[in-house]
Design a protein around this ligand. Structure first.
Ligand code: TXA
Ligand code: MG
Length: 346
């Protein structure tokens, strides 16, 4: 029977709408220890039962993900927080009340119920309550929390559409629930909660300003903006991997529109592409892709543009550096990683 297929090993991947019947199908797969791709408001996730060690193992296999990179556990109601986390500070509860359901992941001391494979042996667990209705229906109908990393092959940009998931994981997973294009387009904001301090490990659509509305003590981790120093240990293991990376050499170019357009038009070589703001398109010579001038829309479009660069076979790419304000910080953070921190300031 279809829903008994194993999650890995040359299966025929199906893409279906997340209606009641198909969510039931997805739950059957999850209950039998399989994996399913689900839409969330940030990016698509590759989900499995957070309490089933073998199912979690299948996530790592399907993605080719290093075992030392822990997963986010997704829940459908705030109460589940108290089962997954050993201690829940007042600050964590306030953040949950303010921004859940939504694109915020909190790292808290883990309860013994969470298998070590989920947290890669760390004493903490990452927890998120997504806003996408299909994700929440899936979790609540399954009846258990779902561990889910982004549903891309390890090292590729996160998928923001069902087709992106199919491109990466075809034949490796049985089912993709197609909930349309992701509203946010970048992965959730990840914060570590200490007693009365928020440490920002990965910027996202819940911005620094928004965090400061709940707690004035917000510290942006150095790894958000800077490459790791040799031998440095990281709070969030995901930070040490090269991420969001197209095949091409990506270079961020920081400067006014006129300087940017002049610079990239003068530096055209075979296989060179430019990613400009939409408003600059007419002023750039050569091969141009664009993303929006506006941060929120940039967030939504960025990963699609990075994937497109692979499709067209770009070898070198100059990207106009986004603003770092608000959600722009998240866009900038992902681009910095795609560019391996190469930035030209004009
Ligand atoms: O928006 C999102 O967060 C998406 C959707 C599917 O929910 N998920 C996602 O998962 O982006 P993933 O696995 O691609 O990124 C999770 C990040 C990684 O950088 C990982 O290292 C970090 O969260 N992380 C997970 N558990 C952690 C922990 N206990 N301590 C520190 N960092 C942790
Ligand atoms: Mg990821």
């Amino acid at each position: 029977m279809k829903h008994k297929e194993r999650a890995f090993g040359g299966v025929n991947t199906k893409i279906v709408r997340p209606n009641a019947q198909n969510i039931g199908w997805a739950c059957d797969i999850l209950r039998s220890g399989g994996v399913v791709a689900m839409p969330t408001e940030t990016v698509y996730g590759l989900a499995a039962n957070a309490y089933d060690v073998q199912a979690i193992q299948r996530i790592f296999e399907a993605k080719g993900r290093p075992q030392d990179n822990p997963l986010i556990v997704h829940i459908s109601e705030t109460e589940a927080l108290f089962e997954l986390a050993e201690h829940t500070s007042e600050l964590a509860v306030r953040l949950a009340q303010t921004y859940w359901p939504g694109p915020l992941t909190m790292i808290l001391p883990k309860s013994s119920k969470v298998p070590d494979i989920v947290t890669a042996g760390l004493p903490t667990v990452a927890i998120r309550l997504p806003a996408h209705s299909a994700a929440r229906k899936l979790i609540s109908e399954a009846g258990f929390a779902l561990a889910a990393p982004s549903a891309n092959l390890s090292g590729k940009p996160s998928p923001t559409s069902a087709m992106h998931v199919l491109d990466d994981l075809h034949g490796r997973i049985p089912l993709i629930l197609d909930g349309g294009d992701c509203q946010v387009g970048l992965e959730s904001t990840v914060v570590k909660i200490d007693e009365n301090r928020i440490r920002l490990l990965r910027p996202g659509a819940i911005t620094v300003d928004m965090l400061q509305q709940v707690c004035s003590n917000v510290e942006v981790d150095r790894a958000v903006m800077h490459p790791l120093k040799e031998g440095q240990t990281v709070v969030s293991p995901g930070m040490k991997y090269k991420h969001y990376s197209p095949e091409a050499e990506v270079i961020l170019v920081d400067g006014s529109s006129s300087r940017f357009c002049q610079y990239v038009s003068a530096h055209r070589e075979e296989g060179t592409y430019v990613v400009a703001f939409e408003s600059e398109k007419e002023r750039v010579a050569g091969r141009v892709l664009t993303y929006s001038d506006r941060p929120q829309q940039q967030a939504k479009e960025l990963f699609g543009v990075l994937r497109r660069l692979d499709e067209v076979g770009a070898r070198k790419v100059y990207v106009h550096c986004p603003s770092q304000q608000g959600v722009g910080l998240a866009v900038y953070n992902r681009l910095l990683r795609a560019a391996a921190f190469r930035v030209i300031s004009l």
